[in-house]
Ligand binder design. Structure first.
Ligand SMILES: [Zn+2]
Length: 358
């Protein structure tokens, strides 16, 4: 799909202006696969309303890793968590819905799922997040106990409530939840697994995954292939401290200049924005960037690569000069800026922009 899309963009770019003829011409090359031309992406999810959530966020913030924080919105100690969650949102994390009351049943019959996925749990938890935080939208759902993820009618209920993705927790009952080994976007965003867990055993699972060399090696494998490394933790099954496995892993994966650290919802909406955006050259130094998606939901910035931008020329969008940034970890999904890398210029903007060089 991505390849076909690049072709479409190339055609759009071609018909909007003349073909490159000399060194002077500014040329749009492509939209990058990840934000800011990162070579790999890292997304983290943490589950459950527990008193350990703030410690997990604090640990992530030491290393610049961004997460979707899934909370059950009517479960203690949620009232005490909201202030810290709000602060986390401001710092680039996302709050996702883990239902209101976290109902579980093994096996998860259709009858159980119909009652556990009623409006109260599905839309209610979304509304609780909107009411208690400044987050403008709730993109992500997490299946309590991994139940009900296989039912189409559940996916439809989640989509109807506006969720764009839902994270699974497959095979806990069979102790198969540790390494689903997803290394890219899930084919079905409502059955989105993850690469591996990083946690001690807990729940009904018989095992966990805390061997630092092993969990770091799995990250290395995904990083080398330019994939999406997605890992899951339950804060109540972590140890906190710089020498303990969780922080050791965060330290290994964090702070890399060529990695995009992004919560799960904005990662999945980026895929849609990437597929649906077009770029048209409208003048020698002006490019129109657009998509037709709902901007209340699809708020992502995307990165455009340009060639032939003379030294000293600045990039503008929405008639404002974009700040220039140096190489560094990409930790925000909705900020606008530009960066030079040798002959290439990367302009990161929200679509619906006129990008101009002057
Ligand atoms: Zn849970």
């Amino acid at each position: 799909m991505q390849k076909a899309w690049f072709l479409a963009v190339a055609l759009l770019a071609g018909c909007g202006g003349s073909l490159p003829t000399g060194d002077e011409e500014i040329r749009f090359a492509r939209i990058t696969g990840y934000l800011n031309d990162a070579r790999a992406a890292v997304t983290h999810t943490i589950d459950d309303s527990s008193k350990f959530v703030p410690a997990a966020i604090d640990a992530m913030d030491k290393y610049g890793v961004k997460a979707t924080i899934f909370v059950s919105t009517r479960r203690d100690p949620i009232a005490g968590l909201w202030p810290r969650l709000n602060q986390a949102i401001e710092n680039g994390h996302e709050v996702g819905a883990h239902s209101r009351t976290h109902r579980c049943q093994w096996p998860d019959t259709a009858e159980f799922c119909r009652s556990a996925y009623d409006d109260e749990e599905v839309a209610g938890s979304r509304d609780d997040i909107l009411e208690n935080t400044k987050q403008p939208y709730v993109w992500s759902w997490c299946y309590p106990c991994g139940n009900c993820a296989g039912y189409d009618f559940v996916h439809r209920a989640l989509a109807a409530a506006g969720y764009v993705t839902a994270r699974t927790y497959p095979g806990e009952e069979q102790d198969e939840h540790n390494v689903p080994d997803l290394q890219g976007w899930a084919a079905n965003p409502y059955e989105a697994a993850y690469t591996q867990v990083v946690q001690k055993k807990g729940g009904i699972a018989r095992s966990g995954r805390t061997d630092v060399a092993e969990i770091n090696a799995k990250f290395d494998e995904v990083y080398r292939s330019g994939g999406i490394y997605s890992f899951l933790s339950h804060p109540q099954w972590l140890d906190f401290g710089p020498e303990d496995f969780y922080e050791q892993h965060l330290k290994h994966i964090g702070g890399r200049n060529d990695v995009w650290y992004v919560p799960m919802g904005p990662l999945y909406t980026y895929r849609s924005v990437l597929e649906k955006s077009g770029v048209r050259k409208v003048a020698a130094n002006r490019f129109s960037v657009f998509h037709t998606l709902d901007r209340r939901i699809y708020r992502n910035a995307i990165t455009l690569e340009f060639r032939g931008v003379p030294e000293g020329v600045r990039a503008f969008a929405h008639d404002k000069e974009l700040p220039e940034v140096q190489a560094g970890p990409t930790t925000r999904w909705d900020h606008e800026f530009f960066r030079r890398d040798g002959e290439r210029v990367f302009v990161t903007v929200k679509p619906d922009a006129m990008v101009e060089f002057r």
